[in-house]
Ligand binder design. Structure first.
Ligand code: GKR
Ligand code: MG
Length: 424
């Protein structure tokens, strides 16, 4: 079997005005949808970053993949390395929360983008679900958590009608957001994206969530926007309310010191993002839970390896997410299903995406009882809806955004806004 067609389609979909440590989400999120077709008629699908630097590499790789054997992933990695060496991107300012734009991750991002599609193609040709190529399923359903955000009611320049979630700044509004997200998806744990408002207020929101959902495990994620002193002070206020404390303070040293001083379990998708940082974190005991993400950890098979490393070193494993659609959700779910030591419900932004903006046939995937069901059909079990793909590609062409920049977007609301870390 040989690869005869590679298509990369950049898309943009509506994204709500969600607040975070850098600033605020822009009105559209960018992704790329990848199709790999073999000479015997199978098509494998992938979804990855749609920021300009990531897209440039994906585009440059397309012609290099024609004729490759989709079972030879080592060959794919070599081709990716040589293409990235010729197209090494610069890191973008303000892209700290969008690892797709980090120059240091160019090889792992681009490899992962195509590896998922290669694996989907392999699995389809073998008539097996993709999870069977990752060691087989440990579970049929993968748990996800409700991912709450502070948000404004609508984008500043009103590019389209406001979303149906409304404003969420107060404790009562955050509890209402959680209630709706849980009612609609059955989530059994809750994460609050923090680092955006006053830390005491964000902790008060956790307290309000604890009161409203006493049996639900809770997490807070300030994206490294609290100084060590603030993170310790908030830990004292939070007491035993948290399942884990995600990236409260920046750096491996800061996290190590925080753990020493509070004893709280710390999770990260910021200070352990590759195997070198993993090694240094183990030496310093910086984090106790690693939030994996196949998009920048070098694909589904390297994510399986990461989970094994976590097992060896006695660390917990779960998964991180950026704004994404169904192909990424299913890829995450398959690797999570193949991870024996998945200890916590995974993150997903998926409920924030609008129901009319999915690129797969059948529309948005359902999250039931807080979990995504793993298909028994071949590959990831997804087919593209080409009308929808075309619509979201047109939106990419017209939206004017080419790289995520939450800092620049926040300056439209607050002209003197700057990127400061830690802000509090
Ligand atoms: O989308 O605003 C966001 C998040 O803050 C995202 O950028 C982070 O990468 O979800 C992420 C996280 O868990 O840190
Ligand atoms: Mg995080």
């Amino acid at each position: 079997m040989k690869i005869k067609r590679v298509t990369v389609t950049p898309i943009a979909f509506r994204d709500p005005p969600l607040l975070n440590a850098s600033g605020i989400h822009e009105p559209y999120a960018l992704r790329s949808i990848i199709e790999i077709e073999s000479d015997n008629g199978y098509i494998g699908l992938g979804e990855s970053y749609g920021d300009a630097p990531a897209l440039a590499i994906q585009e440059a790789l397309k012609s290099e993949l024609i004729g490759l054997d989709p079972f030879n992933l080592n060959h794919l990695r070599e081709v990716v390395k040589s293409v990235v060496a010729k197209h090494r991107p610069a890191s973008l300012a303000g892209a700290e929360l969008a690892p797709g734009s980090h120059a240091s991750k160019a090889v792992s991002n681009a490899y992962s983008a195509f590896e998922v599609a290669f694996l989907d193609l392999q699995a389809r040709s073998l008539n097996l679900p993709l999870v069977d190529l990752l060691g087989g399923r440990c579970r049929d359903e993968v748990p996800f958590s409700a991912y709450l955000f502070f948000k404004y009611a609508q984008h500043i320049d009103s590019p389209y009608a406001p979303d149906s979630w409304g404003e969420a700044l107060s404790e009562a509004q955050i509890v209402a957001q959680a209630k709706r997200m849980i009612d609609e998806n059955g989530f059994q744990s809750i994460k609050l994206k923090a680092g955006a408002l006053d830390p005491e207020h964000e902790v008060a929101c956790i307290k309000a969530l604890k009161k409203a959902f006493p049996d639900c495990p809770l997490r807070i994620d300030p994206n490294g926007n609290w100084s060590l002193e603030t993170a310790i002070r908030m830990a004292e206020l939070l007491g035993d309310d948290l399942q884990y404390y995600e990236d409260p303070t920046p750096g491996l040293d800061g996290m190590s010191e925080l753990h020493k001083r509070t004893g709280l379990p710390l999770a990260t998708n910021m200070v352990v993002t590759d195997f070198d940082e993993f090694r240094r974190s183990v030496e310093l005991n910086s984090v106790q839970i690693v939030l994996a993400d196949h998009h920048y950890w070098g694909g589904l098979r390297d994510t399986v390896a990461l989970a094994k490393m976590c097992d060896v070193w006695g660390l917990g494993v779960s998964m991180h997410s950026n704004s994404h659609l169904a192909i990424s959700l299913m890829a995450m779910a398959h690797v999570a299903a193949a991870t024996p030591n998945l200890d916590y419900a995974c993150d997903t932004h998926y409920p924030w995406q609008e129901p009319d903006e999915e690129v797969i046939k059948g529309g948005k995937l359902k999250i039931v009882n807080g979990a995504v069901q793993i298909n028994k059909t071949p590959g990831l079990g997804l087919e593209l809806d080409y009308d929808q793909l075309g619509k979201l590609h047109e939106q990419f062409l017209s939206c004017g955004i080419r790289s995520r920049d939450d800092v620049k977007q926040m300056r439209k609301y607050k002209p003197d806004w700057t990127q400061v870390k830690p802000r509090f």
